[in-house]
Ligand binder design. Structure first.
Ligand SMILES: *[C@@H]1O[C@H](CO)[C@@H](O)[C@H](O)[C@H]1NC(C)=O
Ligand SMILES: *[C@@H]1O[C@H](CO)[C@@H](O)[C@H](O)[C@H]1NC(C)=O
Length: 189
């Protein structure tokens, strides 16, 4: 009888432990692996498709000698994510004001794409991106300088061809801080 009791107790103990692990796994998934984008269009699959197709269309208009040029600076991954996000929100704003309307696209969803990009820009500003703050950032300056060096339409085609790079950075970095550690990082800056 005593033996049975301890066997049951031990069994219950394992069950409780297993349940605790299960709870921990579920909780961790909730907290860690469900990042929330700061703007809904960033996770919209139709938008992904529009971005890729318009970028490819512009790339086909590039001259042979321009294919190895890259305007968009590469991200420094060790930088704070919200800073990387807002830096690219500044570049997005530049696209909206100076690039996209100079590009004539045959793509049927170009207007939808522009509307969505405007929405992303507004959302990111609402979420705390100060665009002015990044105007003189090394990366935004470098981007504008490289663009200026290219002739007007060649530069426009090149920039539109890189829309998918811009979008990928916004998609990857414009997230709500996922965990307490990230939140602390954000508040440090
Ligand atoms: C990347 O960012 C970190 C932290 O801000 C900085 O210390 C480092 O020098 C940067 N690296 C480059 C290559 O700019
Ligand atoms: C945005 O950044 C600029 C430049 O750093 C600064 O002068 C301005 O006060 C900032 N605006 C807000 C609302 O923080």
């Amino acid at each position: 009888m005593k033996l049975q009791n301890s066997a049951i107790a031990s069994c219950l103990h394992s069950a409780a432990a297993a349940l605790a692990v299960l709870f921990l796994v579920c909780w961790t998934e909730q907290v860690v692996s469900k990042p929330v984008h700061l703007s809904p269009p960033l996770k919209d699959s139709k938008m992904h498709k529009d971005v890729l197709e318009v970028s490819h269309e512009a790339q086909r208009k590039e001259l042979e000698e321009d294919t190895s040029i890259r305007l968009m600076p590469r991200v420094n991954h060790t930088q704070n994510h919200m800073e990387i996000c807002c830096l690219h929100a500044n570049i997005l704003n530049f696209y909206l004001n100076n690039i996209l309307h100079k590009y004539s696209s045959e793509h049927p969803n170009m207007d939808r794409l522009k509307t969505n990009l405007h929405r992303v820009s507004e959302d990111l500003q609402t979420q705390g991106c100060n665009l002015t703050h990044y105007h003189d950032h090394r990366h935004t300056v470098e981007f504008r300088r490289k663009l200026e060096r290219m002739e007007d339409q060649r530069g426009i085609n090149k920039a539109v061809g890189e829309t998918y790079i811009l979008f990928t950075y916004l998609h990857d970095y414009c997230m709500e801080p996922k965990a307490a550690t990230d939140a602390i990082d954000v508040s440090k800056n």
